[in-house]
Design a protein around this ligand. Sequence first.
Ligand code: ADP
Length: 366
Amino acid sequence: MSAQAAQQMGLRVIVLDSDPNCPGAQVTPFRVKMDWNSDIGAAELAQLASSITLENEWVSPSNLLLAKQLGSTVIPEPHTLSIIGDKFRQRTAFAERGLPSPRFCAISSWDDLYKAAENWGGKVVLKSRRGGYDGYGVKIVHLPINDKDLPLSEPDEWYAEEFVPFDRELAVIVGKNSSGETAIYPVVESRQTTDGHRCDVVIAPAPNVDTELTRLVQDICLSAVDAVEGIGLFGVELFSRNGEIIINEIAPRPHNSGHYTMDGCRTSQFEQHIRMVRNLPPGPTHLIAPVVVMANLLAPRHGQINLEKSVSDAYRICPNIHLHWYGKSVLREGRKMGHLNLLGDDLDDTLSLVLAARDAFWRGVP
Ligand code: ADP
């Protein structure tokens, strides 16, 4: 979707991916046909592209550094990626900056985990340092810890975090360009699926967040971007407990909690991303409706979809809906296949309409 925004701004887009069906290949005919995480691919891309960016934080920082040394502007910076790509380093950067964080510690043996659980009220969150997403790589463990609760990988591939009994999760999209200009979006509430840790619905603006709390949250998010020496576009996730704010994590790219901006804000996060990468002035970030609700289209099961019918069913229930389908070829249970945005005046009405449209969308999936 960043590629679409870049093209709309008159830029020629080249994607690096060996897969001819990758979403980027549906947007642009220009493709370096190599693995997105290969050094030769990064080097070839650097010969062709003046600016390089990403929508996936697992690109190796050393490949990005190589592209930078070959003369491309690389945003986010490889250094930022190396901090964010290791959640323990990310947490350390936030703590060093004095940002409100849960207690956390490295784990070099499972004994370290038991000790942390004893010290922190019997419940800990075990997080994979690298490669986690959508809750894969997050395990909540309770005392007494049974060996079968432990992951099979080595303890030092994980770290432990205090369990935060939050009331709700908030998120903010932040942009920063190389000149130091920033764009900060409204504070939104992100509601997760009941079965796991996937984002289900995003509500903008977050209900019951007054001006003072908005300022506090936005300040924390700007500091989080500074803590990782960030330039580009970032999604910052936070926990809220009785009005107290605790930072969860930062993503160095457009984020699911910012998909509502595509129809709900003056500048979508994807256009903002490209503006930041090209060091252009930030676009306005405010909402264009009193309420905007985004509902993810998470595949209910493996299988096929009659997309035309599902789209038509959703629009028939709610003609005002904005439907975004990502063009992924395979439906897998829980996979994010697209999302719906709806603008409205009243939260309850808007939420129930978007959920009804989503039910109608999936009804046809056998
Ligand atoms: P991912 O990068 O996989 O999304 P997160 O670190 O955001 O992983 O964790 C996924 C979800 O797990 C969060 O949205 C939250 O619901 C829950 N979670 C993560 N850390 C904690 C914590 N310290 N205390 C309580 N719940 C947590």
